[in-house]
Design a binder for this molecule. Structure first.
Ligand SMILES: [Zn+2]
Ligand SMILES: [Zn+2]
Length: 166
């Protein structure tokens, strides 16, 4: 059994006080989408809304994250969740706090209905299973929150939400 993800729409991100960033893998740049301004996007589904870099046209990766990133490896247990099929990410989720369930049960992607992958950083709580080890190691190499955070402050890049895939 998979749990429903507590974030289904872009409006849910705003409601939980988190931010939506879109990453362009070609420009290595991330831009925050202002959810207070872009209220028209609130009804859209997170997993199926497609973003495109306005500068190079590459599909962007939507990433839900807190405004302030905590140090990975610190006392707080942080999870990184993503769907390989729908291409979205949730960074620094604190799974032991609301709106997360606090259990070791995996979540269902609201887009493809498949299981959401996760990597959990932290000493306190580690429900990951052995057969995910390979994927976790790969994500460790790819995951560079410091670098991405710096990129998010770069200016001159704009991203626009393109039409929702139905
Ligand atoms: Zn780009
Ligand atoms: Zn999916």
């Amino acid at each position: 059994m998979l749990r429903e993800l507590p974030f289904q729409t872009i409006g849910d991100i705003a409601r939980h006080g988190l931010e939506l960033h879109v990453y362009c893998s070609r420009c290595f740049a991330t831009r925050r989408l202002d959810l207070e301004v872009n209220t028209a996007l609130h009804g859209r589904a997170i997993a199926t809304t497609r973003f495109r870099c306005r500068r190079c046209g590459t599909p962007g990766v939507p990433k839900i994250r807190p405004a302030e990133l905590l140090p990975v490896g610190g006392p707080v247990t942080l999870a990184f969740l993503w769907c390989n099929s729908c291409i979205w990410e949730i960074d620094q989720a604190q799974l032991d706090k609301l709106p997360w369930s606090g259990s070791s049960q995996h979540y269902r992607c609201p887009g493809c209905r498949g299981r959401v992958a996760w990597h959990i950083h932290g000493p306190a709580w580690r429900p990951g299973r052995q057969h995910e080890q390979q994927q976790e190691e790969r994500m460790l190499l790819d995951d560079n929150p410091v670098g991405r955070d710096q990129a998010s402050r770069s200016e001159g890049l704009s991203l626009a939400a393109s039409h929702m895939k139905l």
